[in-house]
Design a protein around this ligand. Structure first.
Ligand code: FPP
Length: 248
C-alpha cells in the first residue's frame, strides 16, 4: 500500500524476473561530500552488496550490473586500477557469503587486458558458484554492447552458419547472455537518460527507470520504488492494450 496525493493506492508488486542496473553517480556522491572519487566507488560497492541481498529476498531471479564498460578504460589509471582493486576485494570478502546464499556469478564482457590475478579470481568465482540457482548475478565488466554484437557476428561467421540460419534467436545464443531471458527492467541511477552501450540487443523491450538518486544511496526502498513503477507499466511488446487484456 502506498500514499499518493493524499490517497492510499493499492498496488500489487510484480517482481521482474531480470533486473539490470547502470550503477551511476558514485563520483558525484563522493564530490558532494568532498571525498575522492574512489571513496564513491567504495560506497557503491558496499551498496551493491545490499542490493544483491534485497533482490534475492524479493525473488528476482537475475540481476545484471554494469560494473565497468569498455569505455571506462579512458578514465585516469588510478581510477581504473582502483575499480579493479575494489572488484578483487569484493570477490575476496563476499564470495563465501554469496555462495552460501545461492548466488551464481556470471561474467558478461571480455577479460582481455584485465590484470591476470583479477582474471583468475573472476574465473574462480564463476567456477565456484556455477551450481547455484537462487539468484544469477551477471557482472558486466569490461563490457560493451556493440563489442558484444561484433564478437557474436564474428563467431557466427567463424562457425560457418549459413545466412538463412541467422535469426534473432541464433544471435541471442551468441551473446554473453546466452540462455538468459532479456531484462524486464533496466534501472539507471543519478539521472542520466541513456543506455551507455549497455545490453543494446537485450534491452529491446525492457522497461526503463531512471532515478536522480546516486548509486551509493540507492537502497532497498529505492529498489522497491523502481519495482513499483515497473508494476504500473503495461508491457505491450508491439501490441495494443485490448490484445493484452481481453475483456473477462
Ligand atoms: C559510475 O559512477 C560507476 C562506475 C563506472 C563503476 C560502478 C562500480 C561500482 C558500483 C562498484 C562495483 C564494481 C566494481 C568494479 C567493484 P561514475 O563514476 O560514473 O559517477 P559520476 O557520473 O558521478 O562521476
Amino acid at each position: 500500500m502506498r500514499q499518493q496525493n493524499g490517497q492510499v493506492a493499492e498496488i500489487t508488486l510484480r517482481i521482474p524476473t531480470h533486473i539490470a542496473i547502470i550503477m551511476d553517480g558514485n563520483g558525484r556522491w563522493a564530490k558532494a561530500r568532498g571525498l575522492p572519487r574512489l571513496a564513491g566507488h567504495r560506497a557503491g560497492t558496499e551498496n551493491l552488496r545490499r542490493v544483491i541481498e534485497a533482490c534475492a529476498d524479493l525473488g528476482v531471479r537475475i540481476l545484471t550490473i554494469y560494473a565497468f564498460s569498455t569505455e571506462n578504460w579512458r578514465r585516469p589509471p588510478e581510477e581504473v586500477y582502483g575499480l579493479f582493486g575494489l572488484l578483487e576485494q569484493m570477490i575476496d570478502r563476499e564470495l563465501d557469503n554469496l555462495d552460501r546464499n545461492g548466488v551464481q556469478i556470471r561474467h558478461l564482457g571480455s577479460l582481455e587486458g584485465v590484470p591476470e590475478r583479477l582474471q583468475r579470481k573472476i574465473r574462480m568465482a564463476i567456477e565456484r558458484t556455477k551450481g547455484n540457482s537462487r539468484l544469477i548475478l551477471c557482472v558486466a565488466f569490461n563490457y560493451g554492447g556493440r563489442q558484444e554484437i561484433v564478437e557474436a557476428v564474428r563467431r557466427i561467421i567463424a562457425d560457418g552458419v549459413p545466412p538463412e540460419a541467422v535469426n534473432e534467436e541464433l544471435i541471442s545464443r551468441y551473446l554473453y547472455t546466452a540462455g538468459l531471458p532479456d531484462p524486464d527492467l533496466i534501472i539507471r541511477t543519478s539521472g542520466e537518460m541513456r543506455l551507455s552501450n549497455f545490453l543494446l540487443w537485450q534491452a529491446a523491450y525492457a522497461e526503463f527507470y531512471v532515478t536522480p538518486v546516486y548509486w551509493p544511496d540507492f537502497d532497498r526502498e529505492e529498489l522497491l520504488k523502481a519495482i513499483e513503477a515497473y508494476s504500473r507499466r503495461e508491457r505491450r511488446f508491439g501490441q495494443i492494450s485490448e490484445q493484452l487484456a481481453p475483456p473477462g
